[in-house]
Write a protein that binds this ligand. Structure first.
Ligand code: SAM
Length: 276
């Protein structure tokens, strides 16, 4: 929960008066910065803690290292540009889903990718790869820094202990070239623990995503390809299926690309992950 300047301390006083446990303040720091008991926090994190959350000496905050550990720390000193904390406890911690979801998202127009990154992160996606496809109207982008910030903020807000990784945009063919060919015929038999590669297609009516996942319930990772506004071309669908991607449908209605991605990730987390 984030408050504007001034609001945070008001809410803290209000919560304390009424015996409400104030939500734990969480930040991410790389594990290399968490090696000693005394930790000095600088940059955006320091500004956020000092000016937005208005932390005070004596307050407890939680630091996540993005590698499965959390650290309980007591605030010692607060300056606008530097916060000093003392670490009191380090423990393994995870709210990560047992299924890893990699979303290869056909680049949409405007700010839609911002929304997809924010929501897919909340839904526990491991990695997002922006895809430049034949029908993408956007053929290049310089938004990687912005997207990484959105993923960081959504990871923090949703209490995740890992940050969704956002890759550089790649062309459809480079993406396929980087994929290991999984065993074919994922729809006929369980591919037993391997990665399930799925291409969502609004034209394909023979098999829906739910059925495909149920037949492959032991997979640990799903790579999900979703087309941009204009969808995938026939050639792209054919190339992807030759490379081991299985086509799947999300039902009879044509969904906007952002709806298709978020609905599919929810179905995966519900069927093979930890949503319910
Ligand atoms: N080609 C279509 C058109 O312009 O009429 C629409 C493409 S749709 C907006 C964008 C992407 O969302 C598709 O390429 C597909 O990956 C996914 N999608 C949308 N509806 C879907 C459905 N019912 N089943 C599976 N995928 C769907």
């Amino acid at each position: 929960m984030f408050f504007g300047i001034g609001q945070a301390s008001y809410h803290k006083r209000y919560a304390k008066k009424r015996g409400i446990v104030f939500p734990m303040i969480r930040i991410f720091l790389p594990a290399e910065q968490l090696r000693s008991e005394h930790i000095v926090i600088t940059g955006d994190n320091a500004r956020h803690l000092a000016l937005v959350l208005r932390v005070q000496p004596g307050e407890i905050i939680t630091i996540f290292d993005g590698q499965g550990y959390r650290y309980e720390c007591t605030v010692k000193q607060v300056h606008k540009r530097e916060i000093t904390v003392q670490m009191s406890r380090k423990e393994p911690y995870s709210v990560e889903s047992p299924i890893s979801v990699v979303l290869a998202q056909g680049l949409p127009k405007g700010d839609k990718m911002d929304l997809i990154i924010q929501k897919a992160t909340e839904l526990g996606t491991t990695r997002i790869i922006p895809l430049i496809t034949e029908r993408s109207q956007v053929k290049q982008t310089n938004k990687l820094v912005r997207w990484k910030k959105i993923a960081l903020s959504a990871s923090r807000q949703s209490g995740r202990d890992r940050i969704t990784d956002i890759s550089e945009a790649v062309t459809f063919s480079d993406f396929l070239a980087s994929q290991m060919s999984p065993p074919a015929k994922a729809y006929v038999e369980d591919i037993k623990g391997a990665t399930l590669n799925v291409l969502l297609s609004e034209d394909y009516k023979l098999r829906n995503l739910k059925e495909l996942l149920s037949r492959n319930s032991s997979v640990k990772e799903v790579v999900l390809m979703v087309g941009p506004e204009g969808g995938f071309s026939r050639t792209e669908v054919q190339t992807a299926t030759e490379k081991g991607f299985t086509e799947a449908s999300l039902g009879p209605r044509i969904l906007r690309t952002e709806t298709a991605s978020l609905a599919a990730i929810s179905i995966i987390q519900y069927t093979l992950g930890d949503m319910g």
